[in-house]
Write a protein that binds this ligand. Structure first.
Ligand code: FAD
Length: 438
């Protein structure tokens, strides 16, 4: 007998319930990945993520070969390609992880239409607690993080599974290769499960509680792209962190709960990918000159520009920089959060509909923040989270000659650096007004 393990956002051998179930169901398993053109058409297949994905597939194939198997890659509509592989191999069952995006739902519906009861959807692969598993009485999801987190901590976690040693796969199944194209950020991380596990081994979890907001210290895990593509299982990470213990582990596990939280919001409200989760009639406007200055990292606010240049260079940005660049766009410039979210999605290697759109909405005040009028003053943020100015100097060479925190207010001193898009006094007045202080 043959089964198909359809890989989606779970590109790993360790702790992969889909792969295990496919193995338990049959003597032979076809590990399959389908590159679906509707993902490309929807713009999710940005070059940075495609390059990372290509690394992930090469590494997954190598891991499978180590177990006597290999990865089959096909291009086309997922359900049809899976049906074709099932017909070629005589596969009786198909195993896939449940997803939360509108695209994942459509994919699942199309698979169900073709396979009916032969399709097995496994819900504990992509998040720690499956979306929808915990909910307040009478509602389908939590709209506030704190009560969600309380219940999430008590929720049972499944047992972590090892990587299968042997996977038997039928011979002679055709496969395609995936070549990444398009302009790439120059310093992308390497994709794949091996790189992910190496990063986890080398990363200092104990320094996380104290250091995670220090922009120049750069001491967060940088595991987000690996979590996005499922090169690492969040369930395994939680288990390992809890076993390790300490304040760093506690803070890290809390961030993984945020990830689950956003996934359960999107699962219940797939429209929140594009529409305001909560309508507030914000006075968004569209000024292409301002939007482009923000994208280019030329707003005249060094801390904002440093974040935007890190994004362009690495396809990744520090969380604190994401918060303050997003706040600057939505709450200082009053540009529609969708403009910023779209730009992040074209560059972020970890670009993720649940995490990106719902974090943007959180910052813009249209999402799940219980203090939607919260605004971040970029100058105060700079002094707090980049007190010596080292993060700004790292990313803005034209300001590298300015010492210490003078780098955060460079205007008369740096002729090559743009004037601020909004002058600091107007900005302060806007921030006070937004907070209801004026
Ligand atoms: P760590 O601090 O080491 O955290 C560990 C893991 O926890 C992360 O890898 C991530 O999976 C998860 N996590 C941490 N913070 C959050 C959070 N606020 N929400 C959800 N999960 C979190 N994260 C993405 O994975 N993809 C995105 O597209 C994305 N877009 C964002 C956009 C904005 C405007 C903001 C404010 C945040 C966004 N985040 C996104 C969340 C967060 O910034 C990143 O997950 C984090 O910076 C990744 O770095 P790290 O792996 O070193 O994180």
């Amino acid at each position: 007998t043959v089964s198909i393990a359809l890989f989606t956002q779970d590109l790993r051998l360790h702790d992969n319930p889909v792969l295990h179930a496919a193995r338990d169901a049959a003597d032979q398993v076809v590990p399959l990945f389908v590159l679906d053109p509707s993902v490309e058409a929807a713009g999710f297949a940005a070059p940075n993520r495609m390059a990372f994905l290509a690394d992930c597939l090469v590494d997954l194939d190598a891991g499978l070969r180590g177990a006597g198997s290999r990865l089959i890659v096909r291009r086309g509509a997922t359900a049809e390609q899976t049906a074709r592989v099932a017909a070629e191999t005589g596969a009786a069952t198909v195993h896939v992880a449940a997803g939360v995006s509108a695209f994942a739902r459509r994919r699942e519906a199309a698979l169900l239409a073709l396979f009916g009861g032969r399709l097995h959807v496994h819900d504990a692969s992509v998040t720690v607690v499956p979306a929808g598993r915990i909910a307040p009485a009478g509602r389908d999801h939590y709209a506030v993080f704190t009560p969600y987190h309380r219940v999430w901590q008590q929720a049972p976690h499944r047992t972590v599974l090892g990587a299968p040693r042997v996977i038997r796969t039928p011979d002679g199944i055709g496969s395609e290769s995936l070549v990444a194209t398009g302009p790439l950020s120059p310093a992308l991380p390497r994709g794949g499960e091996s790189a992910a596990r190496e990063r986890w081994r080398r990363w200092d979890l104990d320094g996380y509680a104290e250091g995670h907001d220090d922009l120049a210290g750069d001491s967060t895990s940088r595991l987000s792209p690996y979590l996005h593509f499922g090169c690492l299982s969040p369930t395994e990470l939680v288990a390992r962190a809890l076993r390790h213990g300490g304040a760093g582990a506690e803070a890290f596990v809390r961030q993984l709960a945020w990830r689950d939280f956003h996934h359960q919001v999107l699962a219940a409200r797939p429209d929140a990918a594009h529409r305001d989760y909560r309508t507030r009639n914000d006075p968004w406007h569209h000024d292409e000159r301002e939007a482009e200055a923000w994208r280019q990292g030329r707003t005249g606010y060094p801390i904002v520009d440093a974040g935007m240049r890190q994004l362009a260079h690495e396809g990744w940005m520090h969380n604190r920089a994401r918060l303050l660049t997003a706040s600057f766009l939505a709450k200082s410039l009053y540009l529609d959060w969708r403009i910023g979210a779209a730009h992040f999605l074209t560059l972020l290697v970890d670009g993720d509909i649940a995490n990106n759109q719902l974090n943007w909405q959180w910052v813009a005040g249209t999402g799940t923040d219980t203090r939607p009028n919260r605004v971040l003053n970029p100058l105060r943020q700079a002094e707090r989270y980049d007190p010596d100015g080292n993060y700004v100097r790292r990313w803005l060479p034209e300001l590298a000659h300015l010492p210490g925190r003078a780098v955060h207010r460079p205007w008369p001193l740096a002729p090559d650096y743009p004037d601020p898009l909004i002058d600091p006094d107007t900005l302060s007045a806007r921030l006070r007004r937004a907070r209801g202080l004026d």
